[in-house]
Design a protein around this ligand. Structure first.
Ligand code: PDD
Length: 284
């Protein structure tokens, strides 16, 4: 791999892109991140991602390392320097370098790191065959609305899925599904209602989720933002998930129980098409 990576204002070959061992992102997972998808060399829904980045920083008293305009310019420069046609731009803000101590250091400049990753989002095999999901206890902290880099619990959830021969995991708290390991979770009831958990501190307010909800409303779908159980999900007509890297991806089984007829459902397929159509149009 020989990408060009952004580190605190510099564009460097990835072998030279380095952060101090004293960076609090490394020592305390004291940092936040965003993942924006890229189609046709253009950022998708980036304004939403940068707005959420700002909110995450604000909730943790992190000083923005740059303005949103400067960040977007750097994202676009990375796309260009890496000839990225389809994939993602990852960006991370950490509290920066300080001698180890639990209190936030004062007057320490925050670090900003960004890199690109190629990914075939449009032709993902899961779009056609759907994903198999297991459920796992949600062992994350209580501020999941902040997009922090503490991703050990989701990594463990994905490893549990892999060990079970499944594609991903949805997390459960107090008997209700919160969200996926790195995505938002939805079901379509037998009556055709789209159900997804309401926003709050228990889940991340997905940028893709916001677009999906708008597209569903524009299509006159009935929508309920409320709690739902794994049992209700297993009994649903359809299930699917969303994120910047998966867009809308159908779910065909949960804990071994087939959803619908075991193939991607028509509403999930339709919402994926709507989202892709709008995303591609925004690149023109
Ligand atoms: N994850 N919920 C969680 C816990 C997530 O990590 C993500 C995104 C989402 C979906 O948010 P959005 O639609 O804004 O991507 C929901 C990214 C893709 C990641 O960690 O790679």
């Amino acid at each position: 791999m020989n990408r060009i990576v952004y580190v605190n204002g510099e564009y460097l070959p990835e072998a030279d892109a380095k952060i101090s061992v004293f960076d609090r992102g490394f020592l305390f997972a004291d940092g936040v991140y965003e993942v924006s998808s890229v189609l046709n060399g253009k950022l998708i829904d980036n304004e939403g991602h940068l707005t959420r980045l700002h909110r995450s920083m604000n909730e943790l008293s992190l000083t923005p390392p740059a303005t949103n305009e400067e960040i977007e310019t750097a994202q676009k420069t990375l796309i260009e320097k890496n000839n990225l046609d389809q994939g993602l731009i990852y960006l991370q803000v950490s509290r920066g370098v300080a001698d180890r101590g639990f209190h936030f250091p004062e007057n320490t400049p925050t670090s900003l790191v960004m890199f690109s990753q190629k990914l075939n989002i449009l032709e993902s095999p899961y779009a056609k065959k759907g994903m198999t999901i297991i459920t796992v206890p949600d062992i994350r902290w209580g501020r999941r609305d902040i997009k922090t880099v503490q991703l050990l619990a989701p990594s463990m959830a994905k490893m549990a899925a892999k060990a079970a021969g499944a594609d991903d995991a949805w997390m459960i708290e107090d008997g209700y599904i919160t969200e996926g390991s790195s995505n938002n979770a939805y079901i379509i009831t037998k009556e055709g209602t789209l159900v997804t958990r309401h926003l709050g501190t228990e889940i991340l307010a997905g940028i893709t989720r916001k677009a999906i909800m708008r597209l569903a409303a524009e299509d006159n779908m009935k929508i309920e933002e409320r709690l739902f159980t794994p049992e209700e999900a297993m009994d649903a007509a359809e299930a699917f998930l969303s994120s910047a890297t998966t867009f809308v991806t159908p779910v065909v089984s949960i804990d071994g129980k087939t959803i619908g007829n075991g193939t991607p459902g028509p509403i999930a397929i339709k919402l994926r098409e709507f989202y892709i159509e709008e995303a591609l149009a925004s690149t023109k």
